[in-house]
Design a binder for this molecule. Structure first.
Ligand SMILES: Cc1cc2nc3c(=O)[nH]c(=O)nc-3n(C[C@H](O)[C@H](O)[C@H](O)COP(=O)(O)OP(=O)(O)OC[C@H]3O[C@@H](n4cnc5c(N)ncnc54)[C@H](O)[C@@H]3O)c2cc1C
Length: 395
């Protein structure tokens, strides 16, 4: 570390001391999601204050250029910032598809006009983005999508349906895949386009789950008029942008078990629920399971870190993102399975005074983790990509 880096650390530490509200230094509750957006409601006003303060410094997207709302930090400075945030156990100030998916894709493929229009508002958390990829008959085989976009003067007219659109009922804008050339081979007739969710002709229907939540929606398009200038990259070449965005999404989902915040560890849970015998976790089978999980976590963490450093150096994650997505989500599911094994019946509560907050969060987290290996492309699809693109195996 250079003297300049030491000075930077000192400045960041003192800025965080003054600007990170005390309540933002506690673990993020499972049902809290600082995604921003025009319709955001904040149960804790500190969440918004923290978001605004971080955004004003460009720290919600520290590596983006200042012109687009970032802080323009270099790799070493960003590492210092992350270490200092972790040191005080700060919650992420802003999360969501804006900063993790469409933002990076626009940095790479957007026009200057598109970057200036969208990136600063993403960095501030002003706009909540949703992803219009999956359709009723296009999930794993995404390139079979049929939502159509037909040119009409300076606009496209969009018709069709998306499904599983996470947060569409809260979203302000959508990045969407549409078919612009039905005659072309399926990967070549797709265009990547952006539009405001208040555009006439868009209907959003939340899908109600048995949990009582509606985390995703059906989204219908009925003659939705979208300016042609909202196309990202070239018409009919949207598949290239779509794939790159999926790589960012998969890398981000792969890091799901590692928010940077201190969480209750498996060892702590084991001590509480299983007990200790002669200084060791009392149950030898669970002890071995925890050790194995911890070693795999450590190895995976180091691999992720290497890739993150490559990304900050401008190397996109590529097909290796499938490895992160596959392994990270399997690890996360494994962690919740172990959590429940340690907690026993205390880990399967849904409501009621018999269960503590950590226990109720564990049940919800365990159920939610099952979706990790589906969203962003299933585990089977990731294994196919790894076989083909990384290991070069025949189809
Ligand atoms: C929590 C959650 C959030 C989501 N959010 C969004 C969102 O915001 N926007 C969006 O567009 N989509 C979203 N999705 C949809 C998600 O991308 C799809 O569910 C996923 O791509 C799988 O598609 P599918 O559900 O149609 O399953 P299918 O493609 O029908 O797959 C069914 C099963 O067949 C297997 N399978 C399919 N093809 C193959 C193959 N070639 N080889 C081996 N096995 C195969 C799959 O692995 C799976 O087990 C979300 C999904 C979840 C669970």
């Amino acid at each position: 570390m250079s003297a300049a880096d030491d000075l930077f650390r000192e400045e960041i530490r003192s800025w965080l001391e003054t600007n990170c509200p005390v309540s933002m230094r506690t673990p993020m509750p499972a049902d809290e999601y600082p995604g921003g957006g025009r319709r955001a409601r904040y149960r804790n006003p500190d969440t918004k204050l923290w978001m605004d303060r971080m955004a004003a410094r460009g720290f919600t997207v520290p590596l983006w250029p200042r012109a687009y709302g970032g802080a323009g930090l270099d790799k070493a400075q960003n590492r210092i910032l992350q270490e200092e945030l972790q040191r005080i156990n700060a919650r992420p100030a802003l999360v969501g598809m804006g900063i993790s998916m469409i933002g990076p894709a626009l940095l790479e493929y957007g026009t200057e006009e598109q970057k200036l229009e969208h990136l600063p508002s993403i960095a501030r958390g002003d706009i909540w983005w949703c992803q219009g990829y999956s359709e009723p008959n296009a999930g794993s085989d995404l390139a079979s999508l049929r939502t159509s976009a037909v040119v009409d003067g300076d606009d496209y007219i969009i018709n069709g349906q998306k499904i599983w659109t996470s947060g569409a009922d809260h979203a302000d804008w959508m990045f969407c895949l549409v078919r612009t050339d039905p005659q072309a081979p399926k990967h070549q007739g797709i265009t990547f386009i952006l539009f405001d969710m208040t555009t006439p002709g868009i209907t959003v229907k939340p899908i109600l789950l048995i949990s009582g939540y509606s985390p995703f929606c059906e989204t219908f398009f009925d003659n939705v008029r979208v300016p042609r200038r909202n196309v990202v990259s070239q018409v009919n070449q949207g598949w290239t942008v779509a794939k790159r965005l999926l790589q960012y999404e998969r890398t981000s989902i792969g890091g799901i078990g590692n928010s940077g915040q201190k969480a209750v560890t498996l060892e702590e849970l084991a001590r509480e629920y299983v007990g200790v015998h002669e200084g060791r976790i009392a149950d030898p089978v669970l002890r071995a399971d925890i050790l194995r999980h911890r070693m795999n976590d450590r190895a995976f963490g180091l691999t992720m870190k290497r890739s993150q450093e490559e990304m900050t150096a401008g190397i996109a994650p590529g097909a290796m993102s499938s490895l992160f997505k596959y392994y990270g989500t399997e690890q996360n599911k494994g962690r919740y399975e172990l959590t429940l094994a340690l907690m026993g019946t205390s880990g399967v509560g849904w409501e009621g005074e018999a269960f503590g907050a950590v226990e109720l969060d564990a049940t919800r987290g365990w159920l939610r983790s099952k979706a990790n290996s589906i969203e962003g492309g299933t585990s089977e699809v990731q294994l196919n990509i790894l076989a083909k693109r990384v290991l070069d195996l025949p189809e």
